[in-house]
Design a protein around this ligand. Structure first.
Ligand SMILES: [Zn+2]
Length: 402
């Protein structure tokens, strides 16, 4: 949270709000004054404004620091509601939360992002209406909405540029279409970036300064955070780890190249390998799923968990390929934590152990010793929770702009 640059009053307010949001257990006025490098009186003025506005409230008392126990501050959960939407390649998840990210209601439904954008966004709209109705809330009650998509996002323009697994969406103005339809502020981000943000704010990577999140779904992407800020690179492509070349003359990837990580270890690759194993007559319970088309990466993960050796072999192999790419990412980025998320990662150590092993063999020792590799704590909610965090970022930016 030291990356804001200059110190204007609105900047102090905004940074102060983030300190209140993200300090585990809450923060006192005097600690805020210390971290913002402001007088106690200046902080009192800022906090009084927040409390009058219903944005911040006093919570319990902190541990004694000499004379008395300081009063701690937290975001007032009841100040408003937020929505986080995760548009996956094959699923749509949606969370409605209060301002403290407590989930009020949620929905998950199958989805096909290869369909045209209008049809897809129509489905998102229907899912949101349904979820709000269940929670007895209206769209007008939502302060802001965050949306994640599985492709490289040009954040300033609110659209995706040449996304390999959602080709019909190139240049489609996703954010402005949704903003117009819903009449609420909308933020649009890459799903892996949001996964990183969700795990940093609410999950496995709380307060880690250098965090990488790897989303293993139909596609594979990485989100990288520096001090809680998403690192995007110059055109939003930072973290496209799925398109690192792993094998010369490997299988064709959705991006047009050969031998990318995604073509070897992504959800489609896992499903295709399982289908090939069934076809070749290997003994596996995946054969009972019927025709090859019904085998998904999730069904392979499920069978592996139940002890199916063929399925386990496929997952371990995917873990090995992921390990090669993650070892390079660790050498480049030197993170303190790597969180593995996405549907397939729910299987846990069967996927994580081969990753850890290859990282141990291939990363520089000082980088490998400094990093922890763990599964996402929020599970399938990492991205939608990150979208909620980003929605609140947007709302707070607007509230403190003047
Ligand atoms: Zn590729």
């Amino acid at each position: 949270m030291s990356l804001y640059g200059f110190n204007g009053k609105s900047t102090n307010k905004r940074v102060g709000l983030d300190l209140i949001r993200f300090t585990p257990g809450g923060i006192s006025r005097s600690e805020l004054a210390r971290q913002l490098n402001l007088t106690r009186a200046a902080v009192t003025t800022i906090i009084n404004d927040f409390i009058d506005d219903g944005l911040v409230r006093e919570t319990g008392k902190g541990p004694t620091t000499g004379r008395r126990r300081p009063i701690l501050l937290e975001i007032n959960p009841q100040r408003g509601y937020l929505v986080g939407v995760d548009l996956g390649a094959t699923h749509l998840s949606l969370l409605v939360t209060d301002f403290a990210a407590h989930v009020v209601n949620e929905l998950e439904t199958p989805f096909d992002i290869r369909r045209n954008p209008e049809e897809c966004l129509q489905k998102v709209d229907g899912a949101l209406s349904e979820t709000l109705a269940k929670a007895q809330l209206r769209l007008e009650d939502m302060t802001a909405i965050g949306v994640g998509v599985p492709g490289p996002v040009e954040a300033a323009a609110g659209k995706v540029i040449a996304p390999p697994i959602m080709p019909g969406w190139h240049n489609y103005p996703i954010r402005s279409v949704l903003q117009e339809r819903w009449g609420r502020p909308v933020s649009l981000n890459n799903d892996a970036e949001l996964g990183a943000l969700g795990e940093w704010a609410q999950g496995a990577g709380r307060a880690e300064r250098y965090l990488a999140y790897i989303k293993v779904g139909t596609g594979i992407g990485a989100g990288m955070l520096l001090d809680g800020k998403i690192y995007r690179g110059v055109s939003g492509c930072a973290g496209e780890i799925g398109h690192i070349a792993i094998r010369d003359n490997g299988p064709l990837c959705a991006c047009g190249s050969h031998g990318c990580l995604e073509a070897l270890a992504g959800g489609s690759a896992i499903a295709a390998k399982a289908a090939a194993a069934v076809k070749s007559g290997k003994r596996t319970q995946l054969a009972s799923l019927g025709s090859a088309g019904e085998i998904t990466a999730m069904s392979v993960a499920h069978a592996a968990r139940l002890g199916d050796l063929v399925a386990q072999q496929i997952i371990v192999e995917a873990g090995g390929y992921l390990g090669i790419a993650i070892a390079s990412l660790i050498n480049l980025f030197n993170p303190s934590m790597v969180v593995i998320g996405g549907g397939v990662a729910q299987i846990g150590d069967l996927l994580l152990n081969p990753i850890r092993q290859v990282v141990g063999e291939r990363s520089l020792r000082s980088a490998a010793q400094a990093v922890r590799i763990s599964a996402a704590v929020l599970g399938r909610r990492s991205t939608s929770m990150g979208a909620v965090v980003q929605a609140l970022n947007l709302a707070l930016d607007e509230m403190t702009a003047n």
